[in-house]
Design a protein around this ligand. Structure first.
Ligand SMILES: [Zn+2]
Length: 200
């Protein structure tokens, strides 16, 4: 990002403007610390802009005998923000690839989802960016990414459908050709929310 970043004081002033626009009094005692808290929360929500996916793949390992085997991590919790309303959307990601040239650890798959989700997003692009990064850095024989999320902009405004879940997927290579591989991802979208691992 080469764009000049506004100062923290400018960002806090913008929050005070939004508070006043909402109809409240930014000078009210209980709201005094709110702009600073909101700006601090923004630092965390959007920390993905200050990171690159490439940093995760420095320690990739040669696939060796794992070549051709599926590696799937299901139930990765993520939270992001929609670029249309700055509203949170959150859910689970299922990420898999067929080992080609290289492998990465499971922690790196979680971090990959985090780098791209901690930016302003639409869910379709978030899904694609995760797949693109795996393809670019691991040269896999196939990639599958499936995201299921609740969008608060659709839950508390507009259509007001808090139980609606939005599903997006990106299947390439072996995942596009083989429905059994896609099933490996899908079975992660129900049941337990803790990550489950399928290897080999
Ligand atoms: Zn939205």
């Amino acid at each position: 990002m080469t764009r000049e970043r506004p100062s923290r004081a400018e960002a806090e002033a913008a929050v005070r403007t939004l508070l006043a626009f909402s109809g409240d009094d930014p000078g009210r005692e209980e709201l005094r610390a709110t702009p600073a808290r909101v700006v601090e929360a923004f630092e965390e929500y959007f920390s993905g802009y200050r990171r690159e996916a490439a940093e995760l793949f420095r320690d990739r390992m040669p696939a060796g005998p794992m070549r051709g085997q599926p590696v799937v991590l299901r139930g990765i919790d993520f939270a992001s923000h929609c670029e249309h309303h700055l509203a949170p959307f959150f859910g689970t990601a299922q990420v898999g690839f067929i080992a080609g040239e290289n492998l990465v650890g499971l922690g790196q798959l979680v971090e990959l989802v985090r780098i791209y989700s901690r930016r302003l997003q639409i869910q379709e692009r978030l899904t694609r960016q995760i797949a693109d990064a795996l393809e670019a850095h691991l040269a896999p024989l196939g990639v599958g990414v499936l995201l299921e999320a609740t969008h608060t902009c659709a839950a508390v405004r507009g259509p007001c459908q808090p139980r609606g879940r939005f599903v997006t997927a990106c299947f390439r290579g072996a995942f596009a050709e083989d429905s059994a591989l896609r099933e490996l991802l899908r079975s992660g979208t129900t049941g337990s929310s803790s990550p489950s691992v399928v290897c080999g």
